[in-house]
Each structure stands twice: as C-alpha cells, then as structure tokens.
Ligand binder design. Structure first.
Ligand code: FES
Length: 71
C-alpha cells in the first residue's frame, strides 16, 4: 500500500479492493455486503470497477460525494 493512497479496502468486510475486484463487478461485491454496511467505501468501490485501480487517496477528486451514505 502506498502512503499517499491509503484507501484500499472495505473495512466492514475486511476485504481489500483487490479481492473485491476479483468478483468482477460492483453488483457482485455489494451482494457480499461491500459498500452496504457503512457505505464509506462505496464511492471508492465504484472507482475500482470503473478504473481498475485498487488504492486511492482519501480525497481522490474523482470521488462523487453523492455516493456517500446518508442517514
Ligand atoms: S467500509 Fe465498506 S461497507 Fe463499510
């Protein structure tokens, strides 16, 4: 993990984005619970399947804030 890109996993599931990427798609990852427990990883997870990258900066400018969960 590079220090400038510390976001690399769904902490709720304890699965790395690299592991989730192997599932082949966002739907499959979410079916296992990724991005659904706290939603914190969801915007990053969307980038995983859009770009193929598995590590991100916390404030990645590509993050769509509307993807963050709301209570
Ligand atoms: S970090 Fe992925 S659902 Fe909480």
């Amino acid at each position: 993990m590079s220090s400038d890109k510390p976001v690399n996993m769904c902490a709720c599931m304890n699965k790395t984005f690299a592991q989730l990427k192997e599932l082949g798609g966002l739907k499959a990852a979410m079916a296992l619970g990724a991005g659904r427990e706290c939603c914190g990883c969801l915007p990053y997870l969307k980038l995983v399947f859009k770009t193929g990258e598995t590590e991100f900066a916390v404030e990645d400018p590509r993050i769509d804030m509307k993807d963050l969960c709301r209570d």
